[in-house]
Design a protein around this ligand. Structure first.
Ligand code: DX5
Ligand code: ZN
Length: 228
């Protein structure tokens, strides 16, 4: 099913705030998404986990579809799964706007990225903290977004890993040197303080779970990350 491209295209020069649904109240996913949009979220970050690629299981295409049908919001889908190629069609038809796959997963990265774009979605590539930037270097001209994980994926609420900042700087340098325009996204332990460090290193898309959904005032938390 062809999925129209995102309505409000953002460039890598724009700060994008993407609250992670992983930190929301799973008994009220539709309302929680609406709460995030009303708090100023630009995108919704959907953390899909298969219990194999990461040590946790979250949700699948049915939840993406439910959010897509109940809220008009850009869906930034992060597949922390071993076989993104095998499940790709279901995430596309569920209404994903951007699909990010891991370079470490068990698939043909180039082929998967090509399929995502052929379907009319934006294509993202993610790498874990321990994975060197060289692992994604061959694909930088085939992506719309590079996700530099700032925690070991699997759980929200972990501590930010500052050693990833060097990798973010290297990714921004590659982007500049090659005249590319991919977003640089960070995910894990992001709040106003760590967002400022990541932005200074070259990141623009801030995924935040516990620091937004867990905040007493979500609107203020989103604003603080945007201004950081
Ligand atoms: C991978 C997940 C988490 C989540 C963000 O584990 O992707 O990083 O989105 O969690 P917080 O913002 O609570 O660290
Ligand atoms: Zn994520």
């Amino acid at each position: 099913m062809f999925h129209p491209l995102p309505v409000i295209p953002k460039t890598f020069k724009d700060r994008v705030i993407a609250p992670s649904l992983l930190a929301a109240d799973f008994s009220r996913i539709g309302e929680e998404t609406t709460r995030a949009i009303n708090a100023g979220a630009d995108w919704m970050h959907m953390d899909v986990m298969d219990g194999h690629f990461v040590e946790n299981i979250s949700f699948g295409p049915a939840v993406i579809q439910a959010v897509h049908e109940t809220n008009d919001v850009f869906l930034d889908v992060h597949l922390m799964i071993s076989r993104p190629d095998h499940y790709l069609a279901r995430f596309i038809s569920a209404g994903s706007d951007l699909i990010t796959v891991h370079v470490e997963a068990d698939h043909d990265v180039k082929e998967t990225l090509g399929r995502i774009r052929e379907a009319g979605c934006l294509a993202g590539l993610a790498l874990n903290p321990a994975t060197p930037i060289e692992a994604v270097e061959p694909y930088l001209d085939q992506i719309d977004l590079l996700l530099c994980m700032t925690v070991v994926p699997g759980f929200g609420g972990q501590a930010f890993m500052p050693e990833v900042l060097e990798k973010i700087k290297a990714a921004a340098a590659f982007r500049e040197a090659r005249g590319l325009e991919f977003h640089i996204e960070v995910d894990g332990g992001i709040d106003a303080k760590t967002a400022a460090l990541c932005a200074a290193a070259g990141a623009n898309v801030m995924v935040a779970g516990s620091s937004t959904f867990g905040a007493a005032d979500m609107k203020e938390a989103v604003r603080a990350i945007r201004e950081a």
